[in-house]
Design a protein around this ligand. Structure first.
Ligand SMILES: [Zn+2]
Length: 295
């Protein structure tokens, strides 16, 4: 029984602190995962800033958002241009690659893509992908094998632009099984490995889930005999939730689960059924997410 494990890395801080912490944890447990890196400017602070009035600024520093992402994220990308993650922290990404983990592209500018994907032209999308692809390929001396759009904000134009890059597979949506996306009647070569399980921030505080019973809740979400793909965040499980995630790994292994990179699951299913991605609301998330649907 396998759990495809995917680590999303959204910020400078998550790359600097969360990635090395998770690499160490995975080494202790002797497995590899897939890391999706953001390699351009860290403008994630803009996102949080937008939601807040300045009077709430100091209060915010003591809240969960600042606890997860660190106080500097609030300022990042607001008072000054966002720090260039790939330029400053390429050595962290390279070390992750050298530890045998699968390296994928999350974004050039995570915030921009998450907020604007439906407003970007195909040329804009291509340029954004191109900048991220080149940066990541330059750091690792080889092209990233996969990509995962920020915030599961997947669209058909995005899939068509991705098809111009040599990704072996992508992970751009929520769903239940590996599938081959069809856009405008054309079946794409790059198959999709959807995320099947909820994320920490989607689940916590809903339906009575707390840090105390979170792992038990997540273990119940695992489905033997089906596709199981879990996303964790370098900013959460690589920081504040590290010990809790260590405990999840131990408990999952005790129940017979092993953790693998998503590429291993993709390779086991090279010719999956066709499907499509639709934009629909999702429990615990603001706005819409790309979700797997039948043709
Ligand atoms: Zn992300």
């Amino acid at each position: 029984m396998k759990i495809g494990l995917r680590v999303d890395v959204d910020t400078f801080r998550g790359t600097k602190h969360g990635v090395p912490a998770l690499c160490k944890l995975f080494e202790k447990h002797n497995f590899q995962a897939t890391f999706y890196f953001s390699v351009g400017p860290d403008n994630m602070g803009r996102h949080l800033w937008r939601l807040l009035r300045p009077t709430f600024f100091w209060k915010m520093l003591r809240t969960n958002a600042a606890g997860l992402y660190g106080p500097e994220i609030v300022l990042m990308g607001t008072a000054w241009p966002g720090l260039q993650i790939g330029k400053r922290l390429g050595h962290v990404i390279k070390a992750c690659d050298e530890a045998g983990h699968e390296i994928g592209l999350h974004a050039w500018d995570h915030h921009r893509e998450q907020a604007k994907i439906n407003k970007m032209t195909p040329e804009d999308i291509y340029l954004e992908l191109h900048k991220g692809f080149d940066k990541l390929a330059g750091i690792c001396n080889k092209p990233p094998v996969s990509s995962a759009v920020p915030g599961w904000r997947c669209s058909n134009p995005l899939l068509l632009e991705k098809a111009k890059f040599p990704f072996r597979y992508n992970s751009d949506c929520r769903g239940t099984s590996i599938f081959r996306p069809v856009v405008d009647g054309q079946a794409l070569e790059q198959i999709q490995v959807p995320v099947t399980m909820p994320t920490y921030d989607e689940v916590l505080g809903r339906n009575g889930v707390t840090d105390d019973n979170y792992n038990e809740y997540m273990l119940q979400q695992l489905k033997p005999g089906q596709l199981n793909v879990l996303t964790i965040h370098a900013e959460a499980e690589g920081g504040k939730c590290l010990k809790m995630f260590d405990d999840f790994i131990v408990k999952a292994k005790e129940r017979g689960w092993q953790f693998v990179p998503l590429g291993e699951l993709a390779a086991e299913n090279p010719d999956p059924p066709k499907g499509k991605i639709v934009q629909e609301p999702f429990p615990g998330r603001e706005g819409w997410l790309g979700q797997q649907a039948g043709l």
